[in-house]
Design a protein around this ligand. Sequence first.
Ligand SMILES: Nc1ncnc2c1ncn2[C@@H]1O[C@H](COP(=O)(O)OP(=O)(O)OP(=O)(O)O)[C@@H](O)[C@H]1O
Length: 225
Amino acid sequence: MAEVLGNGLSVRDLECTRAGRRVFSGVSFDVAPGDVVQVRGANGSGKSSLLRLLCGLLQPSRGEVQWCGQRIGARDAGFEDDVAYMGHADGLSGDLSVLENLHFCLHVAGRVGAEVELAEVLHDLRLAHRAHEHVRQLSQGQRRRLNLARVVLSRRRLWLLDEPCAGLDAQGEQHFDAYLAEHLRQGGLAVVTTHRDIGRDGPCAQALEMDSFNDADSLDSDHRP
Ligand SMILES: Nc1ncnc2c1ncn2[C@@H]1O[C@H](COP(=O)(O)OP(=O)(O)OP(=O)(O)O)[C@@H](O)[C@H]1O
């Protein structure tokens, strides 16, 4: 029986197979409240696949992911209510305004009425002046900021963030660091794929190097040992 963190995320002997090819195997780690894991690795090493396994969008070919002692594959409703996932696609509606997207997010998170906080986050992320514009009119970096606002406002306990700083400028990165530090300070948990050293000035991150879990034939030829 795998050791389980009763109040956090527990990953045991996880294996990922995509299109019949084993991407990684033997991945095990725990994340406790207040902890962040930084996932690193070469292109194709399986960072995004790992995050999709953690949030239940992909199924492992072996091993399991547990949240607060329950296997997530069991589709425990509590897990989905606890997770904020940021993937490569931003999950925003281009035909809705910035404000409408965030109101929708607050609605889904059961936080209708958090208007003051919404206004503060929009101001912090320099999106307040674009609040009534359609999201499709924003730049990539602005959309990334809006996606960050979505995660922050959702107030979910577990953040699963795939390259959250891609496209952010230096100020956007600073805001990300501050929001992540505050999330952890409040007992939140996070798994983040990023090449930035998020432990440098902020929280101390546990590093997970995906390259060490790859099969040799799953890597591009120039990454093979
Ligand atoms: N939709 C898919 N169908 C089949 N195979 C996929 C799919 N998406 C990714 N893969 C494969 O899974 C492996 C891992 O991809 P993944 O995107 O998880 O890696 P990554 O480390 O996030 O890469 P990158 O740094 O380039 O974003 C790659 O070999 C890739 O070809």
